[in-house]
Design a protein around this ligand. Structure first.
Ligand code: ADP
Ligand code: MG
Length: 314
């Protein structure tokens, strides 16, 4: 399949939006940003064998490539609008592309997001997605802004994706933990609901400790987590506590939202129905992140999150 036909297959499936003046087909897209709103831009690249196992089904790669980007918009409290897609494919394989688009477009359509452009090149399998969304200036959720005394909350459950990766190749793809690795759910509606409420927010992509560390650094504060409060799915609950905690604290790929609310505000009353959030700790004035056991003693925690360059001694 020649390159122009691959692009044509993509163009045939992009969502329509009235604010797309000109989409795929010219040298650039023409987009109409709503008056009075800030444009939020985020980009994440996924490399085969690094960000997903090389034998991941293409539809799941398509879903995940967009999901990890939408998760960044969620963490900013932004409403998704447009995406650009850079595809590097080892061969011009139309079947692979169709399957990839099945996953990508399913998530795009669910959020009324339009794919407005991109680039297609040949090389080792890699994807780069840019997403654009809107937020009223001032209402954006930031990593900075958490204050001592705030409660820390997290949506959904933690550790499933890390457990799924550990099980990769030994269980079927519909294993509930593997499914969470392949198809993370970006918490867009939660991000919108937290506008004007959360003092700070971040999405959990590198692991809870690492991302909480980023939030604390940006806010100039520290945090205490209560190990027993970390929300676990039924599928994860059967693992020994140490193993479960390691995945929940240091794993990654959760794509849940971690946020700070003033004490006394119940996240459950802010978030859309059907999405749970759990209070997992609090913000303290002194820098550093601590994990407490049931008696309030600090647990020794080995390692904080995945880093691409250099070793962490977190
Ligand atoms: P140019 O040489 O001007 O970059 P291309 O042939 O790369 O043109 O792209 C032609 C059109 O197709 C452009 O509008 C571009 O945005 C779009 N396009 C190319 N690849 C992709 C892709 N993977 N996803 C979405 N749009 C794409
Ligand atoms: Mg190009």
């Amino acid at each position: 399949v020649p390159e122009f036909e691959l692009i044509e297959r993509i163009r045939a499936r992009v969502g329509a939006r009235p604010d797309v003046i000109l989409g795929i087909g010219d040298d650039g897209a023409l987009l109409r940003a709503p008056a009075g709103q800030a444009l939020v831009a985020a980009m994440d690249a996924l490399v085969s064998g690094v960000h997903f196992p090389a034998d991941t089904p293409p539809a799941d790669i398509g879903w995940k490539a967009l999901a990890v980007n939408l998760s960044d918009l969620a963490a900013m409290g932004a409403e998704p609008a447009w995406a650009l897609l850079s595809l590097t494919l080892p061969e011009e394989d139309g079947d692979w592309l169709d399957a990839f688009l099945d996953g990508f477009m399913r998530l795009a359509d669910a959020h009324r997001l339009a794919l407005v452009g991109g680039d297609t090149t040949r090389g080792p399998l890699a994807l780069c997605v840019q997403v654009l969304g809107f937020v009223p200036p001032g209402a954006a959720l930031r990593r900075q802004g958490a204050r001592p005394g705030d409660r820390l909350w997290v949506t959904g459950t933690l550790g499933d994706a890390a457990a799924g990766l550990a099980r990769w190749g030994t269980v079927a793809l519909d294993d509930p933990l593997v499914a969470r690795l392949l198809r993370p759910t970006p918490r867009i509606e939660a991000g919108l609901a937290l506008r004007g409420q959360a003092h700070a927010a971040i999405d959990v992509s590198d692991g809870l400790l690492a991302d909480l560390g980023h939030l604390c650094t940006a806010s100039g504060v520290g945090a205490e987590l209560v190990a027993a409060r970390l929300p676990a799915s039924a599928a994860l609950a059967g693992y020994p506590t140490d193993q479960r905690l390691a995945w929940q604290l240091g794993g990654g790929d959760d794509y849940e939202l971690l946020f700070a609310l003033p004490e006394g505000v119940d996240a459950g009353e802010l978030l859309p129905p059907g999405l749970d959030a759990t209070a997992i700790g609090r913000i303290i004035g002194e820098p550093g992140v601590h994990v407490l056991d049931g008696e309030g003693h600090q647990l020794a925690v080995a390692r904080a999150g995945y880093q691409h360059f250099g070793a962490a001694d977190g």
